[in-house]
Design a protein around this ligand. Sequence first.
Ligand SMILES: *Cc1c(COP(=O)(O)O)cnc(C)c1O
Length: 402
Amino acid sequence: MDMLSTQDYITLEEQYNAHNYKPLDVVITRGEGPWVWDVEGNKYLDCLSAYSAVNQGHCHPRIVQALVEQAPRLTLTSRAFRNDQLPLLAQELCELIGYEMMLPMNSGAEAVETALKAARKWGYTVKGVADDQAEIIACAGNFHGRTITIVSFSPEEQYRDGFGPFTPGFKLIPYGDMGAVERAITPNTVGFLVEPIQGEGGVVVPPEGYVRRVREICTEHNILMIADEIQTGLGRTGTLLACEHEGVRPDVVTLGKALSGGLYPVSAVLGSQEVLGVFQPGDHGSTFGGNPLACAVAREALRVIVEEELCERSVELGEYLLDRLREIRSPHVATCRGKGLFVGVVLKPEAGGARRFCEALQERGVLAKDTHETVIRLAPPLVITQEELDWALEQIREVLQI
Ligand SMILES: *Cc1c(COP(=O)(O)O)cnc(C)c1O
């Protein structure tokens, strides 16, 4: 048994691990449902859920069981051979979300890369765009991951600084602006990549009707609507896809994060036969993508979302959370926004940033993460109870007075 203190762990991490994050100084050793415990035995309510990867709660017993049953049986074949879990995940995921095909990867960024490759190849082989001319439109304020191609169209200066040269073929337009989408389209446009609610951008909910209008514009101009639902999907906003709030079915969807309930990196792209059918053997791949352990875990993670009615919980508790937050009188809060249990408390510019509030919440046993400097994101596991939410609200109410 290691007997290291919080400070010991921090010192080791700072010495031996690259400093590509600036985490809160809490060293977590155990999790259960919406709760986590640090190495000193302190208990915290997790209001980040690993950026919505643990929608089902930490170490969900059913998903753990699926992992424990599959792990000693078979973990990896590579796609050089077939395995008996991938076909079942493919069928269950496609039937659940309503798509013809899926392509499995591991991280969210890989799913986005896959969607971009699919859109480009669809553009050349189906739409008839001239070689190497394909354009993809994305939005200001986006977050789609950290590969060089993805940061090529990141609006965040820091994500790009020092990492050029970048991948061409992307165009940024303001988020939530329907006119801007139409103006940006050229005959070479193959896709519009959009988050139905921007997560890392600060839980930005677009104007009512935006997602529906985007769908219409994409259809009119024969371009693929690619919805990045890696954070918003799988129950977080109260539906399996956030696009469903406006009755919209995107051509291509990326999923990740909660697809495994946080037990394993699993991501996927969903689409039609026309789009994902562009991939021929050898065009694209991943050693671990679609491995049987990932698929067994994802299958159970999806069943938990459905059978524990996590979408319904998200709707009810999210509405409750937003109502209670809006009742809080605080000199620091500009507005509260969100959908389902995906909520941003937007602070006034003079509030001194969200980080100090997150640190104060940590002292009181609530873990939340500042996003975009001035937004406190509240996205607890969807298995949280109303009593637990009430307790978190008490802490938030007090912290917002400091
Ligand atoms: C987290 C996230 C990604 C990237 O996922 P990784 O697993 O970190 O690569 C992409 N898009 C959105 C919307 C995300 O929230």
